[in-house]
Design a protein around this ligand. Structure first.
Ligand code: I6G
Length: 672
């Protein structure tokens, strides 16, 4: 093996790693990377004197001898002023325009990642040091840990690097990695982290880089801190593009905005996307884009005058647990829910938060009257994430999990290996029946308008509805309906009309409506495009079911067990006898359809059709509709305000069509 060949392998591995960790666009399967990595390891074992500092094998080194040394920053790492509303943002813009005596400013906007700030020093293009922010003037030298993060370039991707470059950025843990890390900790009986930020901080503080290397950390660059031997571009935006060219990850939502209004529009846009992002953000950083103007503005105290952080409402707050209720869900799962002293968190007032299950109560060690940290992000159900033990009052009392179903009194069961405890009552349990019916009539299922939660609860409580079939015989009980609370002639007629209309449904909606465990909308679609006949689906054994795309053994088992139950078979028969029908797809072999073998993703808002309608129609033409963009996506349908999926499709060169384009496509194939 020639020395040069080894250098080529390093280059190749670093290119693959850059594509995967920085560009989110892998160019080879993991196995291929691993194969070359192992070859490289072998060569390095044979020729230790050939080892290069930028070899990927050098990312994980030994523990630093004497902990983390304190190092002064070449240029202080500043903090940022905060703005909590649009008004202070406009004041900021006005202040700057006045100081600069101009009437318009272009800003560079970036999401403010919820992680830890870091400064990386490169000399002649090689990473020499990574230092935490510390107190802003000096921080800890955590180079050995920083090197384990694949999105940190060991060497800049240029043959003419600046003599010295200090890059500032944020190290964070994406949400998915955080969930996996915590799941593993639970499995191994270890302590979990409260949020991704704490997990990132805890991971960087590890003295052993081998541990840090196992943590899914990412680094995203946000500015150039110091440079020698290179003329900086004229704008912050261009500076970041240069960092991207040199191999750093920069945020793909970074954008320029014009004036205060542009900044406010960017805030609105990002606030909407916030919950769908793969990482936590706590705000937006706005910077005057022109470096010359930044220099004119300078600093006050320890913050630049040319930047401001607009904060989002906090997603975590402290409050007190007043009590714990036990709710019974559609599948009988008993969920403990903490009743809270109302608290404003994530933009709304929250008075209930989930405690998930019995194990979670034990893990948190929560007691009634405890002070707890509540987390609420987007529309996700608020959850208790931590007990504030320092504030535990004397009257804190244990939470007692019920011995029997709190609604119907049936026995509870816990499947081995599962955390969930379930009521065994099935549809005999009023709570399960109510939840099943709510699901059955919901928009993506049978779509029965006018049959809201309150009405379902009344119908079940008055024993007018005992199974989903009874919904279709409500027309015979019109007088009883009329005698019910808030049910006038008009609303009863409207309800009966929508029940009648709902009889005409689609096979996938019908299967989804049945509420089979773990069969969501997408799985129902997959099952019904594979088994086009209900009888075939009902008769399928597990072996046949796992043939369906995205159906694994667990889902297959749930489906098989569901259709085996006599009660479920009777309900299905009853629904069909009551007149539920769907149009049978013509028996066309799947691979003969015009969009067979193609994968589509639909995103953004559409005006003429709903996203679901477009998905249905694409599927009817044989396409597979996926929820996320990858290199395997054949086409992205992007409506208005399409966000990260659009950016990702652009970066992967996935063909993109707009609403007009998809309508033309559907028309061309006679789907509309
Ligand atoms: O803490 C920070 C996060 C993100 C920053 C920052 C940033 O830009 C996107 N920018 C500056 C200038 C500072 N802190 C001081």
């Amino acid at each position: 093996m020639m020395h040069q060949q080894m250098l080529d392998m390093i280059q190749q591995l670093n290119d693959y790693s850059y594509a995967y960790h920085v560009k989110d666009a892998p160019i080879v399967p993991d196995a291929e990377y691993d194969r070359i990595y192992r070859q490289l390891q072998e060569i390095e074992t044979k020729h230790p004197n050939w080892i290069q500092p930028d070899s990927p094998t050098q990312r994980v080194g030994e523990k630093p001898d004497s902990g983390f040394a304190n190092v002064a920053h070449t240029v202080p790492m500043l903090s940022l002023d905060n703005a909590f509303d649009n008004e202070s943002l406009s004041d900021f813009d006005q202040r700057i325009r006045k100081l600069l005596k101009v009437d318009h400013i272009t800003y560079c906007c970036e999401p403010k990642l919820d992680g830890l700030a870091i400064s990386l020093r490169y000399e002649e293009g090689r990473l020499v040091r990574g230092v935490t922010r510390g107190d802003g003037l000096s921080g800890e030298d955590i180079t050995s840990n920083i090197k384990t993060i694949y999105s940190v370039p060991m060497k800049l991707r240029t043959s003419t690097p600046p003599a010295v470059l200090e890059v500032r950025g944020e190290i964070y843990m994406p949400k998915e990695g955080f969930e996996k890390l915590n799941a593993l900790a639970v499995e191994q009986g270890e302590k979990t982290f409260v949020n991704p930020r704490n997990a990132a901080a805890g991971s960087l503080r590890q003295l052993d880089p081998k541990i840090t290397a196992k943590r899914p950390l990412v680094m995203c660059a946000y500015s150039i801190g110091y440079v020698e031997g290179w003329d900086q571009p004229k704008s912050h935006y261009e500076g970041l593009l240069q960092l991207s060219e040199w191999g750093f990850r920069i945020n793909d939502l970074m954008a320029k905005a014009e004036g205060a209004q542009g900044c406010i529009d960017y805030y609105e846009m990002l606030n909407e996307k916030r919950v769908d992002l793969s990482y936590d953000i706590d705000g937006i950083v706005y910077k005057v884009d022109q470096i010359a103007l930044q220099n004119q503005l300078g600093f006050i105290a320890r913050a630049p005058r040319w930047a401001i952080a607009r904060k989002f409402p906090a997603q975590e707050e402290m409050t007190r647990v007043l009590g714990v209720d036990f709710q019974v869900g559609r599948t009988g799962a008993i969920t403990p829910v903490a009743r809270l002293e109302p608290v404003f968190v994530g933009g709304v007032t929250v008075s209930n938060a989930t405690l998930h299950n019995k194990d979670e109560i034990a893990r948190l060690g929560v007691k009634i009257n405890d002070f707890v940290v509540v987390h609420r992000a987007g529309d996700v159900i608020p959850k208790v994430v931590q007990v504030v033990l320092d504030k535990r009052p004397d009257n804190a009392t244990d939470v007692i999990f019920p011995e029997a179903c709190p609604v119907c009194g049936s026995d509870l069961e816990q499947v081995e290996g599962e955390a969930v405890i379930r009521c065994t009552g099935g549809l005999v349990c009023g709570a399960q029946l109510k939840e099943s019916l709510k699901h059955f009539v919901s928009r993506k299922a049978m779509d029965i308008d006018g049959l809201g939660d309150k009405l379902i609860e009344q119908l079940v409580d008055q024993e007018l509805v005992k199974t989903p079939v009874d919904i279709f015989t409500l027309a015979e009980k019109k007088d009883t309906l009329l005698s019910m609370e808030r049910m006038g002639q008009k609303s009863v007629e409207k309800l009966l009309a929508s029940i009648e209309a709902a009889k005409n449904t689609q096979f996938n909606r019908f299967i989804y409506a049945l509420g089979i465990r773990e069969v969501g909308e997408a799985t129902a679609r997959a099952l019904t495009s594979y088994f086009t006949e209900l009888n075939d689906l009902m008769a399928a054994d597990q072996e046949a079911l796992v043939e369906v795309e995205d159906v694994g053994p667990i889902v297959a088992q749930h489906v098989h067990v569901f259709f085996e139950q006599e009660l479920n078979r009777e309900t299905i028969k009853g629904l069909l006898e009551a007149g539920v029908v769907w149009q049978k797809k013509q028996q066309i072999f799947a691979d003969e359809l015009p969009l067979s073998g193609k994968t589509y993703v639909v995103t953004g808002s559409l005006t003429q059709f709903s996203r679901d309608q477009v998905k249905d129609k694409l599927q009817a033409l044989g396409a597979k509709v996926s929820g996320s963009v990858s290199a395997k996506t054949d086409c992205l349908v992007a409506g208005e305000k399409a966000g990260s999926k659009l950016t990702k499709a652009q970066s992967l060169d996935v063909p993109i069509i707009d609403e007009e384009g998809v309508i033309a496509l559907l028309n061309q194939h006679g789907a509309i």
